[in-house]
Design a protein around this ligand. Sequence first.
Ligand code: KIV
Ligand code: NA
Length: 266
Amino acid sequence: NRRVTVRDLAAAKERGERWPMLTAYDALTSRVFDEAGIPVLLVGDSAANVVYGYETTLPVTVDELIPLTAAVTRSTKRAMVVADLPFASYQASPQQALETASRFMKEGRAQAVKLEGGRAVAPQVELLVSAGVPVMAHLGLTPQSVNTLGGYRVQGRGDEAAENLLKDAKELERAGAFAVVLECVPADLARRVTEQLAVPTVGIGAGPGTDAQVLVWQDMAGLSPKVAKFVKTYANLHETLRDAASAFAGEVVSGAFPEERHSYSA
Ligand code: KIV
Ligand code: NA
């Protein structure tokens, strides 16, 4: 009953075993995912959207994400907990990246961090890894760059863009990243990257050829109001929760709840 480590994930790739990753942001749901045996939980900066209600991931801060990270690590035993470094908390310099990552490790008790970007952030990855911080990289559709990308769209289409992404992936592996997220890229490109890297790839909207798959849990469980084409929903929590809330409301108004068995005697 120790936590999953970067060595376990490397060994899984050696054995050709695929693995799942989910996002997590709070105590009770991360506990459920730990129980389900999800080996890696990401405290994503998607908390900006699904926890804090922002339109994009850009506004969310380190101070907003650290308490969520701490909640997830306190509530899990087995999963490796990866903390997403938010926009503008690591790009300025490797030193800035280490200062931010160390807060997620010390205050959030994360076992690893994730950051977005290609070869431009390789120096950040190098310093973090040399300081003892495992780094998950993130290529393709990197939502923190939505304004330079010009929207949420498929990345790496066409020969030049594909070669560029492959080069970035190799450079991040060389810098020491233990895994690379590939978001919204053509399936055949994701397969090529997966074949050419020794470290595992984690796909989201990247087809079936990656070593792992990640989804935002509220998308996976049907709580998010609208989801991208690449999402599969495995439950309908939106309907389940709305029906529960309506049933509760109806019984309060009618007086059907609470009953004697929910009440205390003198
Ligand atoms: O923030 C997030 O949820 C992510 C994953 C979807 C990869 O970065
Ligand atoms: Na993210």
